[in-house]
Design a protein around this ligand. Structure first.
Ligand SMILES: CC(C)(COP(=O)(O)OP(=O)(O)OC[C@H]1O[C@@H](n2cnc3c(N)ncnc32)[C@H](O)[C@@H]1OP(=O)(O)O)[C@@H](O)C(=O)NCCC(=O)NCCS
Length: 166
């Protein structure tokens, strides 16, 4: 499939906002200004001038010299009418291709779509092993008492070849 994935522009912020709003049962809502301020962290899938999907990424915190730098794939959404056509895979694959240049030892996603990430080579990771990294994202969660009672599953893609560079 020809790739329609590209880096996001400021003019995409509203389209990204609408896509995320369509899936707030599975994604954390973001304001348009928050999206605009972090537009350099977004990729979009565009077809015939319409934004059909988006994905973002974040660096998870680590104290001191990074020993196991971990990136998170987040805000992944595909327009409901265009799902199961490869758009989500194209977005995540492009995001990974870009962010792996930072040489993370791991890329993770907290998700309900376990099977989707499994098809992209991710494997389930024990959430308890990530608590110190996902803490800042989870601390303001209003849905669940603890990341360990949250039903989202942690899926991870490892880059053992990057371990020696840290
Ligand atoms: C999850 C999501 C991004 C997948 O996007 P998509 O464009 O439909 O995915 P693709 O078409 O690339 O699917 C690739 C494969 O994963 C499978 N798949 C898609 N969504 C899945 C899901 N929720 N659970 C299990 N498998 C799934 C597809 O059937 C397809 O399998 P195939 O290769 O055997 O045909 C999309 O369903 C979505 O936006 N969901 C709502 C928001 C969300 O859950 N985001 C993820 C939070 S991290």
């Amino acid at each position: 499939m020809e790739s329609h994935v590209r880096k996001a522009k400021f003019s995409d912020a509203y389209g990204i906002f609408e896509l995320i709003q369509e899936h707030t049962d599975k994604l954390i809502s973001l304001s348009i200004s928050n999206i605009s301020q972090n537009i350099d962290r977004f990729f979009v899938y565009e077809e015939k001038g319409q934004i059909l999907g988006c994905v973002s990424w974040a660096i998870l915190p680590e104290i001191g010299k990074p020993k196991a730098p971990t990136l998170e794939i987040k805000s992944l959404a595909v327009h409901s009418s265009y799902q199961k056509k490869g758009i989500g895979s194209a977005l995540v694959t492009s995001a990974i291709d870009n962010i792996k240049d930072f040489k993370p030892t791991q890329i993770i996603a907290l998700t309900f779509a376990k099977g989707f990430f499994k098809k992209l080579g991710f494997v389930e990771v024990d959430k308890a092993s990530l608590i110190h990294k996902i803490y800042t994202g989870c601390i303001n969660c209003t849905r669940y008492e603890s990341p360990l009672t949250c039903p989202e599953i942690a899926m991870g893609l490892s880059f053992p070849e990057h371990k020696d560079v840290h």
